[in-house]
Design a protein around this ligand. Sequence first.
Ligand code: UD1
Ligand code: MG
Length: 472
Amino acid sequence: MADSWLFLGTYFLWILMAEHKTIAIILAAGKGTRMVSKLPKVMHPIANQPMIGHVLTATAELMPSKTFVVVGPGMSEVSSFVKPHMTVLQEQRLGTADAVKTAMPMIANIEAETVLILYGDTPLIRPGTLQKMLQARSSGAALVVLGFRPDHPSNYGRLKLNKEGYLEAIIEANEATSAELEIRLCNSGVMAVDASQLGVLLAEVGNDNTKGEYYLTDIVALARLRDMECGVVEASAEELMGVDDRVALAKAEHTWQATRRTRAMQEGVTLCDPNTVWFSSDTYIGKDVVIGPNVVFGPGVNIADNVEIRAFSHLEGVRIEEGVAIGPFARLRPGAVLKKGSVVGNFVEVKNSVLNEGSKAAHLSYIGDADVGEKANIGAGTITCNYDGFNKNRTVIGKSAFIGSNSALVAPINIGDGVVVGAGSAIEGDVPKDALALSRAKQINLPGRAKALRKKLATQKASTKNQKMSEE
Ligand code: UD1
Ligand code: MG
């Protein structure tokens, strides 16, 4: 029953969004000077995804007819990353109003009620909040600004409301009087504007201010001069924080991780010490998964139900099927596929390899570019020697094969089903089905020789000691 209500809710929301025709413009041309970086600010990652990616994901849920990203010169990384969305080049960074103006010719012929303007450096914005803004637009406001109340409003623009609670103007911190700086309600930068009015308002924005920039925030006062209704939607300070330096970037990462951890637990994942588990934006985890302390998920991890990941494991680009046990201290690198019920134990590294159902590598191994057959057992210290200095080569290990401890399997190599490789072997050639392969030196036992050796060494030591004493 709850499921069908959820479905109906989602359906109606979808209709609402699909009916409210929206164009999104995301501003990302700022130099990001305060990041002190060659990388454009919006490419700095949170949860292993550039900030601009987070903004695009949230925007996509509104199903805008088009999304444009405004970039500055020399920002080809951003243009490539945001594809298939189009980028618009703002030649000179003359301010946020100028940035939106640059995109206006692109949207001129697209039918839309609202232009939604977002900032690429406000990465924690949620789709639900954007939806509230479109609802406020549908209820009659020509312009809706997203506001928040941070603990330290410092450089944020201040939202000036009239007695009825409608927005009258946004005052940039640089331009504000000391009384205006007392206002706690701040501008997040996100605006939803009547598409038929935006061009007219932008045309009137000047740059007669302390920075000599065209402030987008000025369009509120201009709209009020034309008697347009301007409203405010509020959301939490955590969600709307802007990232202008690396201290803020770290804070945004922490906030994102805290939210994701809570979601994981709500969705049936046990986190033994939540604050020490780090997710990526695309991590997928099934139900009844238990994750120990200090586990890190890099990009591209997909985990099925009933998996246990013990402490201090690092996973990236891997697919893990039901009932698999991992770690502690396991390193799973891109291309690792762990099939049902397989085991990867402590200090085992797996890269670009498939561990088929029920196979095990329980201790201290490197498995790279390999196919490990069902129920095969990889002994401690086994290394697949996959790289000859020039090429990567593949190792194929058959079903139920047993690889003795400390073996080196020199690829390319094919170990048949049911093979036993003796411990300490360096195996260079293929091994046929059910064969026992040994390549270590033959053992010899010399009866009584250990005892004789001990006697000889003890006598030698005693005579050296006597000699030293007589010299003293
Ligand atoms: C801006 C707002 C401020 C708000 C704050 C929220 C203005 C004038 N001020 O200030 O009211 O409280 O965001 O975080 O809008 N950009 C361009 N082209 C430009 C300049 C900026 O695309 O010429 C982009 C930047 O890449 C960034 C966004 O616009 O994504 C905001 O620019 P930023 O310089 O960070 O503005 P703030 O000083 O943070
Ligand atoms: Mg900013």
